[in-house]
Design a binder for this molecule. Structure first.
Ligand code: SAM
Length: 182
């Protein structure tokens, strides 16, 4: 996807010469449909609606999000969430907060509160070790998020262990004795 005329046309030429199946929205805007088959499908950013819900394994944004204004970033992050499969990945590599030509919109904060979960952020010095900091976000699976909270039973079991440790094993011995008498 792209929205800048020169970039889009250059991409068109490049993809066309790769020798792999290639379809471009601009060749036939009124009949273009997304195909679930190998190859490249090229669409302008404003037609992201053509990508079906939950159909994408990986979205990649390399050196692009900081260039977009906050309204567009917000919209596109919502689109990425819509098109990704549950658990699908969003790979971002850019200068994060150190280079931000547009406004102060905080992509990381927005992702963290809008259905994405940070899986990986490289521990590197930007522009020394790599041009941009790679991050991987995942479209959060509710069961994964839920699994991070202890159930009441787990909390109760832990409380028993804690009390038993504090009493030098006395708590469990007493429980055993009481059970024996019952
Ligand atoms: C720095 S280039 C990075 C290109 C490529 N991802 C790479 O790593 O080589 C930024 C890209 O963002 C595109 N871009 C800039 N503003 C955009 C916008 N408003 N909507 C969509 N794409 C945009 C540009 O056309 C350009 O292709």
């Amino acid at each position: 996807m792209d929205a800048i005329v020169n970039s889009y046309c250059l991409q068109h030429l490049y993809y066309n010469g790769l020798g792999v199946p290639f379809a471009d929205y601009i060749d036939a805007p009124s009949t273009f449909t997304f195909q679930h088959k190998p190859g490249i499908q090229h669409i302008p950013t404003w037609r992201s609606d053509l990508v079906p819900d939950g159909s994408v394994d990986l979205v990649m944004c390399v050196q692009v999000l900081p260039e977009l204004n906050s309204r567009l970033v917000r919209h596109m992050l919502g689109e990425f969430h819509r098109v990704l499969k549950p658990g699908g990945a969003l790979y971002i590599r850019d200068h994060a907060y150190t280079w931000k030509p547009t406004d102060t919109f905080n992509v990381e904060q927005h992702l963290g509160t809008n259905g994405f979960d940070l899986e990986f952020r490289a521990h590197i010095i930007n522009d020394v070790e790599l041009h941009g900091i790679p991050r991987i976000w995942r479209k959060a699976l509710p069961e994964v998020i839920a699994s991070r909270t202890r159930t009441w039973k787990q909390k109760l079991d832990q409380a028993v262990v804690d009390v038993d440790t504090l009493t030098g094993g006395g708590f469990k011995r007493t429980l055993k004795k009481l059970k024996g008498k019952a």
